[in-house]
Design a protein around this ligand. Structure first.
Ligand SMILES: *[C@@H]1O[C@H](CO)[C@@H](O)[C@H](O)[C@H]1NC(C)=O
Length: 412
């Protein structure tokens, strides 16, 4: 009897394999064993039922999240991709590196921890790797450039530390490293071979230093909430395909080059840096940017009327002076401009009737300039209660044009 009991499962296994084998081909044994290891090191977080279909006595190609072509696993989506699923817990087994036909590997948001197995660089067919919103720690495998077909790398919202790898494969199009603890510089050579890069998202890390030339193919660039410094002209001047540019909350300095306003941007976020000088969009090309935020810098000079076509314009907390362009008032009344934040500058006037019909939904703030605001419009709370800047500051600004004044009121 004892002999029968031990052989039964083995026999059953064999029969199952034989039956499936005759229908769809037997899963490659290396993939089979690797998949078992992957399963063993992960579990459903309470509330998730993802692994309920994973019964290794049946064909793994029928498991949820497992996609095969012939006898190989080509794609693996670990966790229930439905919105709100609690995801998985555990670790990602280094056996993943043995599934050499994998082209796609993704993990739904959850609580998977440990490091990203360095064995993934063995997956020479991998095109898509998405491990975002888990608890991965450790570093990005430095030889990631071995993944010659990798197009998307998304490891955002983890706790990855260390530095940016020395190079990326030339196939990379989406590089999303946002919301981690990556530090050090962005060496220009690490992206110099990434000649297909469309999206680069490094926001919310601990990166610093200057940024060098970036691939001219870029359409989306966000480096906000880091410690980058230096001039933006160094890396932005070739990027004329940019649709989205966010350099906010860094330590960039120098001038904002005129040509960026001619890029096909929908959003330009340069706020909370140390940009200085005058802002002069090229008058030849009408600006089609939807949102421009230059607030909390050290910009001075008069405000260009070219900004009248922008829907949401934030110029507050700078050193702008002179009169508000008349075209702005027209656009406000027509509801073409929906946000106009000019508070905490040195502006001397706006030609506007106190009766001007500013639409209710418009956000207009003129507080703390060198004028008495002609209309009473609600300002954001932190612009304070003082309507007008002290006359002494206004006089000082007039003598220097804002360039020499260190009092910018810009950090309040
Ligand atoms: C930037 O640098 C400062 C000073 O070195 C540090 O205190 C701060 O945490 C850094 N910020 C980021 C986002 O790394």
């Amino acid at each position: 009897m004892a002999r029968v009991r031990t052989t039964m499962p083995v026999l059953f296994f064999f029969v199952v394999f034989f039956v499936i084998g005759s229908v769809s081909g037997i899963l490659n044994p290396v993939d089979f064993l690797a998949l078992q290891d992957v399963r063993k090191s992960l579990a459903d977080f309470p509330g998730s039922t993802f692994f309920s279909t994973w019964d290794f006595t049946s064909d793994p190609c029928g498991f949820s999240g497992v996609f095969c072509v012939e006898d190989r696993v080509v794609a693996l989506t670990l966790g229930d991709p439905a919105a709100g699923s609690p995801g998985l817990i555990g670790r990602l087994s280094s056996s993943i590196g043995k599934m050499s036909a994998l082209t796609e590997l993704s993990l739904v948001p959850g609580r998977v921890m440990g490091s990203i197995p360095s064995s993934i660089v063995m997956l020479s067919e991998l095109r898509f790797l998405a491990l975002s919103r888990n608890f991965f720690t450790g570093i990005i495998p430095p030889s990631i450039s071995a993944l010659r077909k990798l197009r998307t790398l998304d490891i955002s919202f983890n706790q990855i530390s260390g530095v940016i790898p020395p190079s990326f494969p030339s196939s990379i199009t989406n590089l999303i490293l946002a919301h981690n603890r990556i530090e050090g510089k962005l060496p220009y050579w690490s992206l110099s071979t990434a000649t297909s890069l469309l999206r680069l998202d490094l926001k919310h890390n601990h990166l610093s230093g200057e940024i060098g030339p970036l691939p001219a193919t870029l359409q989306y660039l966000s480096v906000s909430f880091n410690n980058f410094s230096g001039s933006m002209d160094r890396f932005v001047n070739q990027l004329s395909s940019l649709h989205y540019l966010d350099l906010s909350s860094n330590k960039f300095s120098g001038v904002i080059p005129s040509y960026v306003f001619s890029f096909p941007l929908t959003s330009l976020q340069l706020q909370r840096n140390k940009f200085t000088g005058m802002v002069r969009p090229l008058p030849s090309t009408p600006m089609s940017i939807h949102t421009v935020d230059l607030s909390y810098n050290r910009l001075f000079g008069s405000i260009s009327p070219a900004f009248a076509t922008v829907k949401n314009l934030y110029l507050n907390n700078n050193k702008f002076g002179g009169k508000v362009p008349g075209s702005f008032v027209e656009k406000l009344v027509e509801n073409g401009m929906q946000v106009l934040y000019l508070q905490h500058n040195f502006l001397t006037g706006i030609r506007m009737s106190p009766m001007a019909a500013i639409p209710m939904s418009t956000e207009l703030c003129l507080q703390y300039n060198c004028m008495i605001p002609p209309v009473q419009t609600p300002c954001p709370k932190k612009s304070g209660k003082t309507k007008t800047r002290p006359t002494t500051q206004c006089t000082a600004w007039r003598t220097t044009g804002g360039a020499g004044s260190d009092d910018d009121g810009g950090d309040d």
